[in-house]
Design a protein around this ligand. Structure first.
Ligand code: FE2
Ligand code: FE2
Length: 407
């Protein structure tokens, strides 16, 4: 798919998506072959550019032609995933267009099937619980994080600490150090020359940045607590990673310097679900059943069965781990950022989560695209026109990151 300006549009091209005028009226349906009369009509109705199928699409799909029937089927199914989010907002409309295309070429409509859905007889035994009171009565215990995180926090908060001090802490875990170096040498940073030590990485990238990455990478080790009979840990990791990468890229477009912290906020945004899947697997399977048809959104149903949402659990967990307040805040408000006192970071994670869900990059259990908090768009400089570039950057980094984190 490529976007072309009207003066480059030629007869014989095929419309990738329907062309609408500024008021949203349909001018020409997707899949239509462009005729000269169409170009004049577009001009008349103020359309400045359209999306068409390009050579890259043919190469990417490995075919010499587009299977329009299959594309239409994919688009129809993707539209169902947007039923709660709606398509009226220009951002959602553009995301839908990109999602249909991405899923068509990736042949990825449903990454989520590997979740446990309660059987009819199992449902009878599932009762509503109050997760917070279970926690306060110590009926469940929250996962612990590596001691490296508290050591890193100490080093960061000590103004006297050096790059060597950070490196000493990180190097206590050779696997953490190896992962960090892979990231530092990847397209995430795009350095020309190789960085081969943690102390060099700290010197080049910064103390806070490397520490943030180290904390994020340590924290995701709790994803392994997800029971495989309930949900797929790899899909969970992929969704988290996609959200992290997207959040970092959106932050960079907003000239926010702490992009690593936004990456970590995205990486950990749904971490509360790990606790739900591990300690309340019956309720989780029941929630999956309720949301299986797509009529309900998982995050809106959680409170009914657990007395709170995964965002509440995430906040409790990250606070217990003494992670920075800005990070906790971003995770807690990622479904309703306009309610946050400081809404910019939560808004970025919110948009990143919606994009990751739309594209079907992994899954943390949600079957449909969450609702857009439209006010969030005012907190972030984000025109729908840059979405395609952001998605391209993120999907490019995504493939190599998945291998770093799952090896
Ligand atoms: Fe979430
Ligand atoms: Fe999410």
């Amino acid at each position: 798919m490529q976007r072309v300006a009207l003066d480059q549009l030629k007869e014989g091209m095929f419309l990738f998506e329907e062309a609408r005028d500024l008021k949203g009226r349909l001018i020409l349906s997707e899949g239509s072959e462009i005729k000269s009369s169409h170009i004049s009509i577009f001009k008349k109705w103020g359309i400045t550019g359209v999306s068409i199928y390009g050579e890259a699409d043919e190469k990417e799909s490995g075919t010499t032609g587009i299977d329009f029937e299959l594309f239409e089927k994919t688009a129809k199914n993707v539209k169902k995933k947007f039923r709660h989010a709606g398509l009226s907002h220009p951002f959602m409309n553009e995301l839908f267009r990109l999602s249909a295309s991405h899923r068509f070429y990736a042949n990825n409509l449903e990454p989520l099937n590997r979740v446990k859905i309660a059987e009819a007889d199992e449902q009878k035994n599932v009762v509503k619980v109050n997760l917070r009171s279970e926690l306060s009565k110590k009926k469940i215990t929250l996962p612990e994080i590596s001691t490296i995180v508290s050591e890193l926090n100490e080093v960061i908060n000590d103004p006297q600490s050096s790059a060597e001090d950070i490196a000493t802490v990180v190097n206590k875990s050779p696997s953490l150090a190896a992962r960090l170096l892979k990231i530092v040498n990847s397209s995430f940073y795009g350095f020309q020359s190789r960085i081969d030590s943690i102390s060099r990485a700290v010197a080049v990238i910064g103390t806070k940045e490397i520490s943030s990455l180290a904390i994020g990478l340590s924290a995701i080790s709790v994803f392994k607590d997800i029971p495989k009979e309930i949900a797929d840990m790899h899909l969970f990791l992929k969704h988290s990673l996609a959200c992290g990468l997207l959040a970092r890229i959106i932050a960079a477009h907003n000239n926010i310097p702490q992009t690593e912290q936004l990456f970590v906020a995205g990486l950990l945004h749904d971490i509360g679900r790990v606790v739900i899947y591990k300690d309340f697997s019956g309720q989780a399977a029941m929630l999956f059943r309720l949301c299986a048809g797509g009529d309900k959104l998982l995050y809106q149903e959680e409170k009914n069965w657990l007395g709170c949402k995964h965002t509440d659990v995430g906040k409790i967990l990250l606070t217990k781990w003494n992670l920075p307040e800005t990070l906790v805040h971003s995770v807690f408000y990622h479904h309703n950022p306009s309610r946050a006192r400081e809404p910019v970071w939560p808004s970025i994670v919110h948009l990143a989560d919606i994009i990751a869900n739309g594209l079907g990059l992994g899954s943390s259990g949600e079957r449909c695209v969450p609702q857009l908090d439209e006010k969030a768009m005012n907190n972030v400089s984000f025109s729908p026109g840059i979405l395609e570039m952001i998605v391209k950057q993120a999907t490019h980094q995504f493939a190599s990151f998945v291998s770093f984190l799952t090896e």
